[in-house]
Write a protein that binds this ligand. Structure first.
Ligand code: ARG
Length: 464
């Protein structure tokens, strides 16, 4: 139709229909349709509040609620037709409602703007994601506790600079990740507090002159409070940035873990065996078994960091209040959610199928002067100042390197050449088990400490 007038819900002041290129460029329905459930839930609560304040009759409310439920069913059945000329999820649903129930549907948008509506949908969506992430993080943490319990008492080298540093329990290493993912869980819980505040009622940005009851909507939707400033509310995406920054931290932790699994499964380390069903082969080298899952998780951290950067850059320089730029927040948020939740889920599954080569790991603690610090500590306990002790042990290590032996290969007499305070008990001190079990400081790797940590974790996670 030439020069047809705009058919949009907002089309009143327009003489011309929107160019199709503009419709294609501005639409968000192709991705924000995933918010349909939250949009409908929010609309039902809004309508309930409008009726309580006489802006809708009880009949109108009933037909809106039924109409919205019918739309939800259609979307879930896959029979709803989303239209890009209706831009976004809000207008797709609202237009379908008006088409289905008539004038009552046209009253739903009273005292509301898409600006506070999208803020509401995104908060409801992210609140759900917080709960989902908490469960996924717990699955991963449980997998670490299981591994810690299974390998309790077994030793491995602990590394700094990826050089053998001091012997530790495998369980201690596992529990390090339990702690890391525990902090991630706390961060999500904290972020949820700021997500769980109702933005609806800010309307376009200045509030509304219609008699509404924001507290009632907050209660209906299980929000803890309502936002305090309408202008802040319609342009605020702090909560989304915060959430994606939590996602980034989780993915970084997963990536560090993945890096270790890739290293450990290499022939050079041979510390772990990742189950066959979590590996893939090479199309050219028949002997290959590749750790693709941890590699991909490590690689996907780039996407999550990218999402965070997108959001931060998107917000920088936006004047108050709502700007259409904000529509660009959805895809990075969704991508971060999808990437991190898929990575957490598969990591938990893979950890449940991990085998440590404990012999190989223990062997790796037998070389590399891994208990040199224990010799220094021994000297300190015999009143040698630590700096002097450090020098003495350094000289002992140098002489062992020259002889091509380990500290434990020296005789007592040879050791005494370095310091006369050394006695027969040094051999127990320099043994791997002796070294590990001496580290009884809070948070240390001594068996007793790690046993405590694992037991506490088992209690926290409701295990055994
Ligand atoms: N699709 C929009 C977004 O995601 C919804 C709000 C649009 N508001 C507006 N006045 N155009 O941000």
């Amino acid at each position: 139709m030439e020069n047809r007038k705009s058919q949009k819900l907002w089309g009143g002041r327009f003489e011309e229909a929107t160019a199709t290129s503009v419709e294609a460029f501005t639409e968000s329905i192709s991705y924000d349709k995933r918010l349909y459930r939250y949009d409908i839930e929010g609309s039902k609560a809004h309508a309930t509040m409008l009726a309580a304040n006489k802006l809708l009759s009880q009949d109108e409310l009933a037909s809106i609620v039924d109409g919205l439920s019918a739309i939800e069913t259609k979307i879930e059945e896959g029979t709803f037709s989303f239209k890009s000329e209706l831009e976004d999820i809000h207008m797709n649903i609202e237009k379908a409602l008006i088409d289905a129930i008539g004038p009552a549907g046209a009253k739903l948008h009273s005292a509301r703007s898409r600006n506070d509506q999208i803020a509401l949908d995104l908060r409801l969506y992210l609140r759900d994601q917080c709960d989902g992430f908490t469960a996924l993080l717990d699955d991963v943490r449980r997998a670490f506790v299981v591994l810690a319990r299974k390998y309790m008492g077994q030793v491995m080298p602990g590394y700094t600079h990826l050089q053998r540093a001091q012997p530790v329990l495998i369980a201690h290493h596992m529990m390090a990740y339990y702690e890391m993912f525990g902090r991630d869980k706390e961060r999500i819980a904290d972020c949820r507090k700021r997500i769980n505040i109702l933005p609806l009622g800010a309307a376009a940005m200045a509030g509304t002159g219609l008699p509404i009851d924001r507290e009632m909507v907050a209660e209906l939707l299980d929000f803890d409070a309502v936002t305090a400033n309408s202008m802040d509310t319609s342009g605020d995406r702090d909560f989304a940035i915060e959430f994606v920054s939590c996602c980034t931290m989780i993915q970084l932790h997963l990536s560090r873990l993945s890096e270790e699994l890739v290293l450990w499964s290499s022939q050079e380390f041979s510390f772990v065996q990742i189950a066959d069903k979590f590996c893939t082969g090479s199309s050219i080298m028949p002997q290959k078994k590749n750790p693709d899952i941890p590699e991909l998780i490590r690689g996907k951290s780039g996407r999550v960091v990218g999402s965070l950067m997108s959001l931060i850059t998107l917000m920088k320089g936006l004047p108050l209040t709502y700007n259409r730029d904000l529509q660009e927040d959805k895809e990075p948020v969704f991508d971060a959610v999808d990437t991190v939740s898929a990575s957490l889920a598969i990591m938990a599954e893979m950890l449940g199928n991990l085998q440590f080569n404990t012999e190989r790991m223990e062997d790796a603690t037998k070389t590399g002067f891994i208990t040199a610090t224990d010799l220094a500590d021994y000297l300190v306990l015999h009143n040698v100042p630590f700096r002097d002790a450090h020098g003495i042990v350094g000289r002992a290590v140098a002489s062992c390197i020259e002889k091509g032996c380990e500290l434990t290969d020296l005789s007592l007499e040879e050791m005494r050449e370095f310091s006369p305070v050394i006695d027969r008990d040094i051999f127990e001190v320099l043994s791997v088990k002796g070294s590990v079990n001496s580290r009884k400081s809070t948070g240390g790797t001594a068996s007793a400490r790690v046993e405590e940590a694992v037991r506490t974790a088992e209690k926290q996670m409701g295990m055994g």
